[in-house]
Design a protein around this ligand. Sequence first.
Ligand SMILES: NC(=O)C1=CN([C@@H]2O[C@H](COP(=O)(O)OP(=O)(O)OC[C@H]3O[C@@H](n4cnc5c(N)ncnc54)[C@H](OP(=O)(O)O)[C@@H]3O)[C@@H](O)[C@H]2O)C=CC1
Ligand SMILES: O=C(O)C1=N[C@H](C(=O)O)C[C@H](O)C1
Length: 251
Amino acid sequence: MTQENEPIRVGVLGARGRMGQEVCKTINRSDDLELVAMIDQGDWLFNASDAAAEVVVDFTTPDVVMDNLHWCIDQGISVVVGTSGFTPTRLDRVKSWLDKKPEVGVVIAPNFAIGAVLMMEFAERAAKYFESVEIIEQHHPAKVDAPSGTALRTAQIIGEARAAAGLGIVPDATKDEVSGARGATIDGIRVHSVRSMGLVAHQEVLFGTQGETLKLRHDSFDRSSFMPGVLLAIRAVVNRPGLTIGLGDLL
Ligand SMILES: NC(=O)C1=CN([C@@H]2O[C@H](COP(=O)(O)OP(=O)(O)OC[C@H]3O[C@@H](n4cnc5c(N)ncnc54)[C@H](OP(=O)(O)O)[C@@H]3O)[C@@H](O)[C@H]2O)C=CC1
Ligand SMILES: O=C(O)C1=N[C@H](C(=O)O)C[C@H](O)C1
């Protein structure tokens, strides 16, 4: 728990990255937050605990985020995670670490943009009405993972909603396929990843049934789109022990 009326002490991991820089600027502009540690590749994680950070925000890479998270939980520091790469197996490991530190809060959000959160909620609601569904995500070419964390989570949510509604597999007669032409299959849903200069983060969910389609599209044109969600998570996590996945419950 944080002291009443004192700013929340925040450390940022991946502070020199595209998201990390934006997060540091945003924290510096917020009166109720204090940026106490900026940590990037090669820096010592203990800079965060030495600076008495109450919350660490992680925007690093999928290959290092689990070690960072484990370290923070062990130190009793709450964490807001934007880094992608969270499979159900990884989430189970985070839960097992939190079992030993029940006072610590962790928020892991595949996408901090409010519009993207709503797009995922709308997709969950629409899923049971449409036999066909495919996800097309589009990102800047410096992104190291594909499909995006947002697309993975959307596919999982839609897959669960379809299963609950008793929908079978998505209809598709393809027999003769150049490898990759039909995208990756995640929880039974085809996901297509596009990478291009000029893009930031975009996703379309295409639903289809007899004689009609529904397209749900979200576009982040600028990384400032993620900042209200990051701030919401930082302010919430100090009073929210345990694991929170996505921003849905915080909105
Ligand atoms: N949830 C959300 O809303 C969003 C999530 N993301 C996700 O956030 C992550 C970061 O994205 P982005 O900022 O574009 O990526 P960047 O590559 O620009 O930033 C990552 C930063 O982390 C640094 N880094 C690497 N290893 C470590 C480490 N062990 N400790 C501390 N810092 C480290 C990198 O350093 P170096 O370059 O030297 O390796 C780099 O500066 C990605 O997984 C992305 O998918 C992005 C946008 C929104
Ligand atoms: O790498 C990015 O840029 C983004 N990563 C997240 C993801 O993988 O879904 C969120 C957003 O799409 C931007």
